[in-house]
Design a protein around this ligand. Structure first.
Ligand code: ATP
Ligand code: MG
Length: 420
């Protein structure tokens, strides 16, 4: 077995041999019909969760969402074989979900109860027609109870059933709609769009983590400008960020369109470039982004204005910037701003030229003098310590303090060390 496709086929075959209905379901069917490689394969079956676990064995299965009837099935392992060979990527487990009908939604996110049911009813609980189809990989037939194929052909995103009801049930679907619409470059069907606009203010009942997860996927994709424009038009930007942000300028949308990276933080820093850095920090913590994400966003946001002066900076400062791990992201956002005529190209060009002409060793040489050396020479750790090391590094980058002797002499000249 070498791929998740093989695993999904094995699962469908085994379930069918045991007398159950088993079909590919949801997003993977959509992607297969669009000729795209699905991100993952989901299987829907008439077998109940216990039957799935018995059939594949308890060692190969995990009841991740047992109350919703979801069991993860892992690839089979021969005795004594490790989980996966280290030279090959691991095959992700396949989610096997029992056909179900959702009960009442109470908290704007999840149904209170579910009952196991038929493929027809299972299709009705899914979000959009293009996500509501099943596919039999053994006979290569599509089972479409919701008109998904027609909408795929006419490239329309349409909620299954009454749009307003579907978004009221689960408000995360508001963001999923924007994401699918932009990533697939579809249009949004009229009633679906009206419901999204009406219900946008209710996005705040969705957890910040889930909102952030959707934003990550939208902003990491080249269609991010379209997602952002749709979020703005729907009133979702304002609902997520409050008064701080509600509309993105046409120039900035152009820059976001021109941005060539799949780095979420870079897109986020560019999108929010006009906000003060403190507001940006608040947004990052409100969305529960990781500290690393927040630091990267803040750094990229702060540095975006640095381009205005780059070619006038002293060499050591230029080298410090070029040695930063996010420099290629910063350059990508600089180039995007240039394409949108929000920045003159000469400073970004100068940075790229320096990056190409200086070797890695020149930009980020190993330190001549370390903290241990300073202690050894008699400087005790204290408030000055970091500052001294920074100055020594700057001196080294500028080509002045390139030997330990020169560094020692500089410490004496600056009165950090006594003359001997
Ligand atoms: P992708 O994995 O590319 O994001 P997907 O459509 O496969 O897209 P998943 O989140 O993997 O999305 O969900 C699989 C399927 O489960 C969806 O296609 C849809 O049928 C259903 N689904 C997922 N989330 C919801 C939801 N919030 N409301 C209704 N149905 C949903
Ligand atoms: Mg999926």
């Amino acid at each position: 077995m070498s791929s998740q496709w093989d695993l999904a086929i094995e699962i469908v075959t085994t379930l069918r041999q045991a007398g159950h209905i088993a079909l590919f379901a949801g997003g993977c069917v959509r992607d297969l019909l669009l000729g795209k490689t699905p991100k993952d394969y989901d299987v829907a079956t008439s077998a109940n969760p216990e039957e799935v676990q018995q059939l594949f064995g308890y060692r190969r299965t995990k009841a991740v969402g047992a109350s919703f009837g979801v069991i993860m099935v892992l690839p089979a392992r021969k005795k004594g074989e490790p989980h996966h060979k280290s030279d090959q990527p691991a095959i992700p487990p396949v989610e096997v979900a029992t056909f179900r009908k959702d009960g009442l939604y109470v908290d704007g996110r999840r149904p209170e109860t579910v009952t196991f049911s038929s493929p027809e009813e299972d299709a009705q609980r899914r979000d959009f027609t293009i996500n509501g189809m099943f596919f039999d990989p053994l006979t290569e037939t599509v089972h479409d109870f919701v008109g998904g194929q027609i909408d795929l052909q006419s490239r329309q995103l349409r909620a299954i059933g009454i749009a307003a009801d579907r978004f009221k049930e689960d408000k995360l679907r508001l963001l999923r709609a924007v994401r699918f619409n932009s990533i697939l470059d579809f249009s949004i069907e009229f009633e679906t769009w009206r419901a999204i606009q009406d219900l946008a203010p209710e996005i705040c009942v969705v957890s910040h983590e889930r909102i952030a997860a959707e934003l990550r996927r939208m902003l990491a994709h080249p269609s991010r400008h379209s997602s952002i424009q749709t979020l703005d038009h729907a009133g979702l930007t304002a609902a997520i960020f409050g008064q701080t942000l509600s509309a993105t300028s046409p120039e900035l949308l152009l820059a976001l369109k021109a941005l060539k990276t799949d780095h979420f933080e870079t897109a986020m820093a560019l999108w929010l470039r006009e906000l003060p850095v403190e507001t940006l920090r608040n947004i990052c913590s409100q969305l529960r982004l990781s500290n690393q994400e927040r630091d990267s966003i803040v750094w990229l946001h702060t540095m975006q204005s640095a381009w205005q002066e780059f070619s006038h900076w002293p060499v050591c400062r230029q080298k410090r910037l070029l040695a930063h791990p996010l420099i290629s992201e910063l350059i990508a956002s600089g180039q995007a701003l240039v394409s949108a005529q929000l920045l003159e190209s000469r400073h970004v060009d100068a940075a790229i030229e320096r990056l190409q002409s200086w070797s890695k060793e020149e930009i980020d040489p190993p330190l001549q003098v370390t903290g241990e050396d300073l202690i050894h020479w008699g400087i005790s750790p204290g408030p000055q310590f970091k500052q001294i090391l920074e100055q020594l590094r700057d001196g080294q980058l500028a080509g002045r303090l390139c030997s330990r002797e020169a560094a020692h002499q500089w410490l004496v000249d600056e009165n950090y060390l006594p003359r001997t």
